[in-house]
Design a protein around this ligand. Structure first.
Ligand SMILES: *Cc1c(COP(=O)(O)O)cnc(C)c1O
Length: 428
C-alpha cells in the first residue's frame, strides 16, 4: 500500500490544523497509523492521493446512502451552483426538502433546516426547555448528539449523579443540567424522573444507537421512553441524524412505530452537503422564531446547494425497491462477515439495523454500553489495518457504525467478505 503522499499531506496538515484533521476521529488515533487523504469517490469506492482504491463503508459517516458522486446529486448541485450559492432569502428548493421530510416522518408537522446535526440537537434541547419551562435533560451514556456544551457529558459515578463534562471547557454548571441514564435500561430513566419530578424537559435518545457502535433498542425500550416521558410531562426527542432515511425511509420512528415529540435530522437529508434539521408537533414548533419566543437563526440555513443535494438524495431513496435493495445488500454483507468470523473462530457480534452495522470483537450479545466497552479494541485496530491493506475501508474505531449504500454491488460485498476472511487469517 503506497502512502507517501498521504504521509506528506498529514505532516503538512498537522502544521496548520489541530491534529491534522477537522474532526477528531479522522486522525486514526484509535487505530494508529496515517489516514489516507481521499482524492475522489465514485459509487461505493474511494481512491486516495497515492492511488489506492477502497470499498468504502464509512460513507462519510452516514450521509452517503446513494454512494459517492451519484449522478442525480452531482447534477442537482451543479444546477444550483450555477444559479448562485446563497441568498439569505427564501428559495423554492428548501420548501421542497421540508415537504419531503414532513411527508416521510409522521411526527413532524413543521421542520426548520439548519447546517449540522450538532446544531439540530442543540436547538431541539432549547426548544424542549422553552416548551416545558423546565431545565434538565436526560441523555444516555454512549449516545452522541453532536458537540453542544450540555451534550458533551457522561455518567457520573452513581446512577443518580449529575453528568460530568467529557470535554474540557464545558462548565460543571452546564453539565449539571444533563442527567445520564443507561441505554436499554428503563429503570435508570425512571429513577431520574423520581429524583427530579417536574424538572426534566426532555429525554434525547438515538433510537438505534450508532455512536457506541450499532446497538439496537431492546424490546420495549423506546415504548417505555414514550410512556415515561408522557406520564411526566416531558418531551421525547428522537435523534435521527443517522437513522433518519436509513433504518427505514421514515426513520426509526416508522420502523418501531413510536411517535416522538421532536426529531433531529442530518447526514442523509443533506446528501453529503452540510444540513441538519429539527421538527415536530405543530404546537411545539410554533415556539420557534418568528412564530414564537425561542430564537434560532442561520446565515446559510436552507442553503440552495445543500437542499438540492438533499432533495435529489431523498427522491432517489423513495424509488420503488430501493429500501429493499439496501436492506438486502446490508444483510448479505453482515451474514458474510458473521460467517467469516465464525470460520476464523474469533468471538464476535455483528449488530445491524437496516444499512447500519458494527462488527464487535466481543462474544456478546452487545446490548448495553457496559458490554460494548468490553470489546477487544486492540484486535479491532489490527483488523482495521488488515482490511485497509486489502482495499476495504471501515470506521477507524470499534465504537462506530459502518454504512452500506445503494451503490454497493454484490461483487463489492463478495470482495469484502473475502477480505474479511483473509484479514482475520492474517491476524491470527
Ligand atoms: C453525527 C451525529 C450528530 C452530529 O451531527 P454533525 O452534523 O456531525 O454535527 C448528532 N447525532 C447523531 C446521532 C449523529 O450520529
Amino acid at each position: 500500500m503506497q502512502q507517501a503522499k498521504s504521509r506528506q499531506l498529514f505532516e503538512q496538515a498537522q502544521r496548520v490544523i489541530p491534529g491534522g484533521v477537522n474532526s477528531p476521529v479522522r486522525s486514526f488515533r484509535a487505530v494508529a497509523g496515517t489516514p489516507p487523504f481521499i482524492a475522489r469517490g465514485q459509487g461505493a469506492h474511494v481512491w486516495d492521493v497515492d492511488g489506492n482504491e477502497y470499498i468504502d463503508y464509512l460513507g462519510s459517516w452516514g450521509p452517503l446512502a446513494l454512494g459517492h458522486a451519484h449522478p442525480a446529486v452531482v447534477a442537482a448541485v451543479q444546477r444550483a451552483a450555477a444559479d448562485g450559492t446563497s441568498f439569505g432569502a427564501p428559495v423554492a428548493q428548501e420548501v421542497e426538502l421540508a415537504e419531503l421530510i414532513c411527508a416521510a416522518l409522521p411526527s413532524v408537522d413543521l421542520v426548520r433546516l439548519v447546517n449540522s446535526g450538532t446544531e439540530a440537537c442543540m436547538t431541539a434541547l432549547r426548544l424542549a426547555r422553552a416548551y416545558t419551562e423546565r431545565s434538565k435533560i436526560v441523555k444516555f451514556a454512549g449516545n452522541y448528539h453532536g458537540h453542544a456544551d450540555g451534550l458533551l457529558v457522561q455518567a457520573g459515578s452513581g446512577a443518580l449523579t449529575h453528568g460530568v463534562p467529557t470535554s474540557a471547557g464545558v462548565p460543571e454548571s452546564y453539565a449539571a443540567e444533563t442527567l445520564i441514564a443507561a441505554y436499554n435500561d428503563l429503570a435508570s430513566v425512571e429513577s431520574l424522573f423520581d429524583a427530579w419530578p417536574d424538572g426534566i424537559a426532555a429525554v434525547i435518545v438515538e433510537p438505534v444507537a450508532g455512536n457506541m457502535g450499532v446497538v439496537p433498542p431492546a424490546d420495549g425500550f423506546l415504548e417505555g421512553l414514550r410512556r415515561i416521558t408522557e406520564a411526566n410531562g416531558a418531551l421525547l426527542i428522537f435523534d435521527e441524524v443517522i437513522t433518519g432515511f436509513r433504518v427505514a425511509y421514515g426513520g426509526a420512528q416508522t420502523l418501531f412505530g413510536i411517535t416522538p415529540d421532536i426529531t433531529t435530522m442530518g447526514k442523509i437529508i443533506g446528501g453529503g452537503l452540510p444540513v441538519g434539521a429539527y421538527g415536530g408537533r405543530r404546537e411545539i414548533m410554533q415556539m420557534v422564531a418568528p412564530l414564537g419566543p425561542m430564537y434560532q437563526a442561520g446565515t446559510l440555513s436552507g442553503n440552495p446547494l445543500a437542499v438540492a443535494a438533499g432533495v435529489a438524495t431523498l427522491t432517489e431513496l423513495q424509488r420503488p425497491g430501493v429500501s429493499e435493495q439496501l436492506e438486502a445488500t446490508a444483510a448479505r454483507l453482515t451474514d458474510g462477515i458473521a460467517a467469516a468470523f465464525a470460520r476464523a473462530e474469533v468471538p464476535s457480534t455483528i449488530n445491524r439495523v437496516g444499512s447500519m452495522f458494527t462488527g464487535f470483537f466481543n462474544a456478546g450479545p452487545v446490548d448495553t454500553l457496559a458490554v460494548v466497552e468490553q470489546s477487544d479494541t486492540a484486535a479491532y485496530g489490527r483488523y482495521f489495518h488488515a482490511l485497509l491493506e486489502r482495499g476495504v475501508y471501515i470506521a477507524p474505531s470499534q465504537f462506530e457504525a459502518g454504512f452500506v449504500s445503494i451503490a454497493h454491488t454484490d461483487a463489492d460485498i463478495d470482495r469484502t467478505i473475502t477480505a474479511v476472511g483473509d484479514a482475520l487469517a492474517a491476524m491470527s
